[in-house]
Design a binder for this molecule. Structure first.
Ligand code: DGJ
Length: 731
């Protein structure tokens, strides 16, 4: 059992492999947070903040000034009743009052892990893997129940949290905020690491020391966004890849989120992650329940590296679903950067044939195959094939692609509509738009009001007809604008604050219908590159297009940052043409291959135009990738050299679970005359095992590789590829 309860003192102790998480009820009422960190075997941890008085603090009952919720560390703070820090939940009641007071009511323990209604969530394959603690808090005056769910994965240092809020009163309650997890830490001696960015520059690393007040990360774009990511970590000063206490938080959600930390007046820290309260309200009728998304919390006592490997392990084995969770992904060629909108079926088949010659396994037809889509001004919403471009239609094209021995994939963007489309002409009210206001467009498109069932059914049925008619093996689901013009013609005025969240629930329902109907389909998420690269999407799509920026050098930072929270097998990563279409940079073909092989590998260029030399390299690249794809899929990942800190080279490493195989890859960024020696130190090996460098045949012990290191090769020219493969040998 991973959950231990002291009935008398009401202490709850969650224990995962190496972690303890402890809460207790204080003053017979409030659920306080006591400890989260390295496993301890007894829960007798001092509550340093109890029985302390600070000036200008208020006490909840006035008679006992020796405690105030303003500094007691709490599990799910309400932000009133003397706590002036960031609340986890806010509500408005029929009488207009806004105060929520939650007191402990009861608990129960469930084997395994229940799913979350309508929302993505990590799962278990059998009840032995995890236990779930459900703690019910209650606002007895307003008859509102708050049910905190904690699942402890026994073999991983993971705790997931979510919250259900139930209206047990006869009146309506308007929920204005409900985060998924809030954790109060004893000190503020932490650094905050997060993954901000922009289109083409997603998930760069930022690290800042916590300071007094609120440091908030959030998206208000309706999607998790390129600009901020629903992931962050708090780390003790000096924590590195392999040392130090690190607490990681990720939200399994694809819409507006808030996350962050508040350092209070006595230098404690409240961290949280959950739905953003911005432009959010949810009407709970009597008897209704609201379910928050799930937060995943990981503790590592061995730095960021272990934290990331724990997230990777959980996400790729207990969040990603379907056939491709465990199967290596086909190597793909996508026609987007090869043709953009300008193609015919013959040109596509020609590209596919060249791709096949190189060893590609899947051909993906990107944007432009439907309606009158010759540019990005029109046709979103018209999911019928454009027979001017694709004579004979998609079934005939799919047959030709399959005839080459390739799988066939298709791009869709189901959440969007262009005003220049048959769908819009027929149903202008099907777009989100605010009455009386001018609509704003982004990439000339509007968001469909998928909060309406008839709208999402219409779109999905159109797409299903296409997919049913030709055997499609892969779908790329794109989303090329933020959610805006936020108003649904189908919702009453008091529910307009629900549109953002309903939009995300609708996306999930649509995606679920797709994966249920086509269980063998490989599904790739996308949002103008990596604008929706998070755990919510991974529940539906095992891989996500990491960024529209395919420049190998820019990708070093994007993929490095992404790896903090997300598995390498989830990162769509392709070799593209040079000069690169986004940056104009020229890099060696081999280097583009090395960088793309730190992800789900593919090509995004006109293979017809490739030189014989490039085709030869591509064939070799694919063979080499196939030798290591199982490591990308299931191996442990180590960040060896940080591209944000080192201007000379970047290195990363995969190690098989049995430690018998390892591949170190990287890029030498700048050439130097008469360079000095750069050593690299592989990680995660068995110190006593012997490893052979498969190129030189030299044999080293794991200890020698990890401690003494090896020199990087001397290269000339910028952006040179680096790759070492070591395999365990008996001698
Ligand atoms: C944005 C995606 O990220 C690209 O890969 C491509 O699919 C385009 N959209 C197509 O419009």
């Amino acid at each position: 059992m991973s959950i231990w309860v002291d009935e008398e003192q009401k202490i709850f102790h969650l224990q995962s492999k190496d972690t303890s998480y402890i809460m207790r009820v204080v003053k017979g009422r409030y659920l306080a947070h006591v400890y989260w960190g390295k496993k301890i075997h007894t829960p007798d941890v001092e509550n340093a903040q109890l029985n302390r008085w600070i000036s200008f603090g208020a006490a909840p009952d006035g008679s006992d000034k020796s405690y105030s919720l303003d500094y007691i560390r709490q599990e799910y703070p309400t932000g009133c009743q003397t706590d002036y820090r960031m609340p986890a939940v806010q509500a408005v009641f029929e009488d207009g009052s806004r105060a929520v007071e939650l007191v402990y009511e009861s608990y129960r323990i469930l084997p395994g892990k229940p799913g979350l209604q309508g929302l993505p969530a990590a799962y278990v394959e059998n009840e032995e893997e995890a236990d779930t603690l459900e703690i019910t808090l209650s606002d007895t005056l307003k008859h509102m129940k708050v049910i905190l769910m904690y699942t402890v994965y026994k073999e991983l240092d993971v705790i997931t949290r979510s919250v259900k809020i139930r209206n047990e009163s006869a009146e309506r309650i308007r929920l204005e905020k409900a985060v998924s997890a809030s954790v109060d830490f004893e000190t503020s001696d932490y650094e905050l690491l997060d993954l901000p960015g922009a289109w083409g520059r997603e998930r760069h690393i930022e690290k800042t020391k916590l300071r007094s007040g609120i440091q908030e990360l959030q998206s208000r774009r309706g999607a998790s966004s390129h600009q901020m990511n629903p992931f962050f970590a708090l780390a003790e000063p000096g924590a590195g890849e392999d040392r130090g206490k690190v607490y990681g938080f990720a939200l399994v959600y694809s819409g507006n989120f808030t996350a962050g930390a508040e350092v209070d007046q006595i230098f404690q820290t409240r961290a949280w992650i959950g739905l953003n309260g911005y432009d959010f309200s949810w009407l709970l009728e009597s008897g209704e329940t609201f379910q928050t998304p799930e937060a995943v919390m990981v503790y590592s006592s061995e730095g960021f590296g272990k934290m990331s490997r724990t997230f990777h392990q959980l996400f790729r084995t207990r969040l990603v679903r379907g056939r491709y969770r465990d199967e290596v992904r086909p190597i793909l060629a996508n026609n987007w950067e090869a043709t953009y909108f300008d193609f015919t079926e013959d040109r596509l088949v020609e590209i596919a044939a060249k791709a096949k010659e190189c060893g590609v396994e899947l051909f993906v037809l990107d944007d432009g195959w439907f309606g009158k889509r010759d540019n990005d001004f029109c046709a979103l919403g018209d999911w019928v094939v454009n027979e001017d471009k694709i004579k004979g239609g998609l079934p005939a094209l799919a047959e030709r692609i399959h005839g080459l021995g390739l799988k066939f994939g298709l791009w869709v963007e189901p959440e969007m509509i262009n005003e220049d489309s048959d769908l819009y002409r027929e149903h202008p009210d099907w777009a989100l738009k605010i009455p009386g206001r001018a609509m704003n467009r982004s990439r000339h498109q509007l968001n469909l009001d998928i909060t309406r069932k008839e709208v999402r059914d219409h779109v999905m049925n159109q797409i299903f007809s296409v997919l049913d008619a030709c055997k499609v093996d892969y779908v790329k689901w794109d989303m090329n604008r933020s959610v805006d013009n936020v108003f649904s013609a189908a919702l009453p005025r008091e529910c307009q604050g629900e549109v953002y969240h309903r939009y995300v629930l609708a996306v999930y329902e649509m995606m679920e219908s797709l994966v249920q109907r086509y269980p063998d389909l490989l599904f790739e998420g996308c949002s103008g590159g990596g604008g929706r690269f998070e755990a919510g999407m991974l529940y539906y799509s095992p891989q996500i297009w990491c960024s529209d920026n395919t420049d190998a050098i820019d990708r070093l930072k994007i993929q490095y940052g992404t790896s903090f929270g997300y598995p390498i097998s989830a990162m769509g990563s392709h070799v593209s043409v040079c000069p690169n279409h986004q940056s104009g940079r020229i890099t060696p073909f081999e280097t583009r291959g090395i960088v793309a092989s730190a992800g789900t590998f593919g090509y995004e260029l006109d293979l017809i135009k490739m030189s014989e030399e490039e085709k030869k390299i591509a064939r070799g690249q694919i063979l080499k990738y196939k030798e290591m794809e199982h490591l990308v899929q299931t191996g442990d990942y180590y960040r060896l050299v940080n591209p944000f800190e080192n201007n000379n080279h970047v290195l990363w490493q995969f190690v098989s679970k049995d430690k018998k195989e390892t591949v170190v890859c990287g890029v030498r960024l700048h050439s130097e005359a008469n360079p000095h020696i750069y050593l690299f130190y592989p990680q995660g090996l068995d110190a006593d095992m012997k490893y052979e460098d498969v190129v030189t045949g030299k044999v080293y012990t794991g200890a020698a590789l990890m401690k003494a290191g090896l020199p990087l090769p001397l290269t000339t020219g910028d952006y040179q590829p680096i790759k070492f493969t070591f395999k365990a040998v008996e001698r």
